[in-house]
Unconditional design. Structure first.
Length: 182
Protein backbone atom coordinates (compact mmCIF):
# COMPACT_ATOMS: atom_id res chain seq x y z
CA UNK A 1 0.00 0.00 0.00
CA UNK A 2 1.23 3.43 -0.87
CA UNK A 3 0.21 6.81 0.41
CA UNK A 4 -0.39 8.94 -2.68
CA UNK A 5 -0.55 12.76 -2.78
CA UNK A 6 -4.11 13.98 -3.32
CA UNK A 7 -4.69 16.06 -6.45
CA UNK A 8 -6.07 19.54 -5.83
CA UNK A 9 -8.17 21.72 -8.16
CA UNK A 10 -7.50 22.87 -10.86
CA UNK A 11 -5.62 19.61 -11.64
CA UNK A 12 -7.04 18.48 -15.02
CA UNK A 13 -7.29 14.81 -13.92
CA UNK A 14 -10.18 15.93 -11.67
CA UNK A 15 -12.08 17.13 -14.74
CA UNK A 16 -11.50 14.06 -16.95
CA UNK A 17 -14.06 11.30 -17.47
CA UNK A 18 -12.47 8.21 -15.92
CA UNK A 19 -12.25 4.95 -17.89
CA UNK A 20 -13.92 1.70 -16.78
CA UNK A 21 -11.73 -0.98 -15.21
CA UNK A 22 -11.76 -3.98 -17.56
CA UNK A 23 -10.83 -6.63 -15.01
CA UNK A 24 -9.96 -6.89 -11.37
CA UNK A 25 -6.33 -7.91 -11.33
CA UNK A 26 -3.36 -7.14 -9.05
CA UNK A 27 -3.13 -3.65 -10.51
CA UNK A 28 -6.77 -2.86 -9.70
CA UNK A 29 -6.40 -4.36 -6.23
CA UNK A 30 -3.33 -2.32 -5.46
CA UNK A 31 -5.14 0.81 -6.71
CA UNK A 32 -7.93 0.12 -4.18
CA UNK A 33 -5.36 -0.46 -1.43
CA UNK A 34 -3.58 2.81 -2.20
CA UNK A 35 -6.92 4.65 -2.25
CA UNK A 36 -7.92 3.23 1.14
CA UNK A 37 -4.63 4.11 2.74
CA UNK A 38 -4.70 7.63 1.29
CA UNK A 39 -8.32 8.14 2.41
CA UNK A 40 -7.58 6.99 5.98
CA UNK A 41 -4.49 9.17 6.16
CA UNK A 42 -6.29 12.32 4.91
CA UNK A 43 -8.65 11.56 6.72
CA UNK A 44 -11.80 11.46 4.65
CA UNK A 45 -14.88 9.26 4.40
CA UNK A 46 -14.61 8.75 0.64
CA UNK A 47 -12.10 8.93 -2.20
CA UNK A 48 -12.23 8.44 -5.96
CA UNK A 49 -9.29 7.21 -8.09
CA UNK A 50 -8.91 10.50 -10.04
CA UNK A 51 -8.13 12.19 -6.72
CA UNK A 52 -4.85 10.26 -6.62
CA UNK A 53 -4.22 10.94 -10.30
CA UNK A 54 -5.60 7.68 -11.71
CA UNK A 55 -8.33 8.20 -14.29
CA UNK A 56 -10.12 4.89 -13.66
CA UNK A 57 -13.61 4.16 -12.30
CA UNK A 58 -12.98 3.12 -8.69
CA UNK A 59 -14.19 4.61 -5.41
CA UNK A 60 -13.72 3.77 -1.74
CA UNK A 61 -15.77 4.91 1.24
CA UNK A 62 -15.71 4.29 4.98
CA UNK A 63 -18.31 6.13 7.00
CA UNK A 64 -16.93 4.54 10.17
CA UNK A 65 -14.09 7.09 10.12
CA UNK A 66 -16.50 9.66 11.54
CA UNK A 67 -16.76 7.85 14.84
CA UNK A 68 -13.26 6.39 15.03
CA UNK A 69 -14.74 3.14 13.77
CA UNK A 70 -12.53 2.88 10.70
CA UNK A 71 -13.08 -0.44 8.98
CA UNK A 72 -16.62 -0.80 10.31
CA UNK A 73 -18.29 0.10 7.00
CA UNK A 74 -15.83 -0.10 4.12
CA UNK A 75 -17.02 0.08 0.52
CA UNK A 76 -14.79 -0.63 -2.48
CA UNK A 77 -16.57 -0.13 -5.78
CA UNK A 78 -15.35 -0.69 -9.32
CA UNK A 79 -17.28 0.87 -12.22
CA UNK A 80 -20.14 2.08 -9.97
CA UNK A 81 -23.24 3.50 -11.62
CA UNK A 82 -26.38 5.04 -10.24
CA UNK A 83 -29.38 3.08 -11.49
CA UNK A 84 -32.10 4.74 -9.41
CA UNK A 85 -32.69 8.03 -7.58
CA UNK A 86 -35.41 9.12 -5.16
CA UNK A 87 -37.49 12.25 -5.87
CA UNK A 88 -36.95 13.19 -2.26
CA UNK A 89 -33.85 15.30 -1.74
CA UNK A 90 -31.51 15.93 1.16
CA UNK A 91 -28.91 18.58 1.93
CA UNK A 92 -25.45 17.99 3.36
CA UNK A 93 -22.46 20.20 4.02
CA UNK A 94 -19.96 18.70 1.59
CA UNK A 95 -16.25 19.19 1.45
CA UNK A 96 -13.69 17.47 -0.77
CA UNK A 97 -10.09 16.46 -0.20
CA UNK A 98 -9.35 17.95 -3.63
CA UNK A 99 -10.80 21.33 -2.59
CA UNK A 100 -9.19 21.62 0.85
CA UNK A 101 -10.32 23.85 3.68
CA UNK A 102 -13.80 24.73 2.45
CA UNK A 103 -17.30 23.20 2.37
CA UNK A 104 -20.77 24.05 1.09
CA UNK A 105 -24.28 22.68 1.36
CA UNK A 106 -25.26 20.53 -1.62
CA UNK A 107 -28.73 19.19 -2.39
CA UNK A 108 -28.93 15.72 -3.93
CA UNK A 109 -31.43 12.85 -4.18
CA UNK A 110 -31.89 11.45 -0.65
CA UNK A 111 -31.69 7.81 -1.76
CA UNK A 112 -29.90 6.19 -4.68
CA UNK A 113 -29.50 2.67 -5.99
CA UNK A 114 -25.99 1.80 -7.18
CA UNK A 115 -24.72 -1.12 -9.25
CA UNK A 116 -21.00 -1.88 -9.04
CA UNK A 117 -18.35 -4.53 -9.30
CA UNK A 118 -17.12 -5.62 -5.89
CA UNK A 119 -13.48 -6.39 -5.24
CA UNK A 120 -14.26 -10.10 -5.48
CA UNK A 121 -15.47 -9.61 -9.07
CA UNK A 122 -19.17 -9.99 -8.31
CA UNK A 123 -21.74 -7.51 -9.59
CA UNK A 124 -23.57 -6.07 -6.60
CA UNK A 125 -26.34 -3.57 -6.01
CA UNK A 126 -26.84 -1.40 -2.95
CA UNK A 127 -29.36 1.17 -1.86
CA UNK A 128 -27.85 4.14 -0.08
CA UNK A 129 -29.57 6.77 2.01
CA UNK A 130 -28.40 9.41 4.47
CA UNK A 131 -24.71 10.28 4.42
CA UNK A 132 -23.86 7.17 2.41
CA UNK A 133 -26.13 8.43 -0.42
CA UNK A 134 -24.42 11.82 -0.37
CA UNK A 135 -20.98 10.23 -0.33
CA UNK A 136 -21.55 7.71 -3.12
CA UNK A 137 -23.04 10.41 -5.40
CA UNK A 138 -20.11 12.73 -4.64
CA UNK A 139 -17.57 9.98 -5.45
CA UNK A 140 -19.31 8.84 -8.65
CA UNK A 141 -19.38 12.50 -9.74
CA UNK A 142 -15.58 12.47 -9.43
CA UNK A 143 -15.45 9.65 -12.01
CA UNK A 144 -17.29 11.90 -14.44
CA UNK A 145 -15.08 14.93 -13.83
CA UNK A 146 -17.77 16.60 -11.72
CA UNK A 147 -17.03 18.28 -8.38
CA UNK A 148 -19.49 19.24 -5.64
CA UNK A 149 -18.86 22.92 -6.40
CA UNK A 150 -20.58 22.33 -9.76
CA UNK A 151 -23.84 21.82 -7.84
CA UNK A 152 -23.78 25.29 -6.22
CA UNK A 153 -24.12 28.78 -7.71
CA UNK A 154 -21.21 30.34 -9.59
CA UNK A 155 -21.10 33.11 -7.01
CA UNK A 156 -20.71 30.65 -4.11
CA UNK A 157 -18.23 28.59 -6.12
CA UNK A 158 -16.00 31.60 -6.83
CA UNK A 159 -16.05 32.59 -3.15
CA UNK A 160 -15.10 29.03 -2.09
CA UNK A 161 -12.26 28.73 -4.61
CA UNK A 162 -10.84 32.12 -3.58
CA UNK A 163 -10.97 31.07 0.06
CA UNK A 164 -9.28 27.75 -0.77
CA UNK A 165 -6.45 29.51 -2.65
CA UNK A 166 -5.95 31.91 0.24
CA UNK A 167 -5.79 29.05 2.76
CA UNK A 168 -3.34 27.12 0.57
CA UNK A 169 -1.16 30.21 0.17
CA UNK A 170 -1.14 30.67 3.93
CA UNK A 171 -0.73 26.92 4.40
CA UNK A 172 -3.44 27.33 7.01
CA UNK A 173 -4.80 24.18 8.57
CA UNK A 174 -8.48 24.93 8.38
CA UNK A 175 -9.61 21.54 7.12
CA UNK A 176 -13.29 20.90 7.77
CA UNK A 177 -14.20 18.07 10.11
CA UNK A 178 -13.37 14.71 8.60
CA UNK A 179 -17.00 13.81 7.98
CA UNK A 180 -17.06 16.59 5.38
CA UNK A 181 -14.12 15.25 3.39
CA UNK A 182 -15.65 13.27 0.54
NI1 LIG B 1 -14.40 14.74 -3.30
Amino acid sequence: MTLVPIRIVPDPVLRAKAAPIAKIDRVAESLLDDMLQTMYDAPGIGLAAPQIGVSLRAIVMDLGIREDRAGAEVWQMINPEIIGRSDEESAYEEGCLSIPGVAAEVIRPATVRVRYLARNGKTEEMEASGLLATCVQHEIDHLNGVLYIDHISKLKRDVLLRKMKKLLAEKADDTPEREHNL
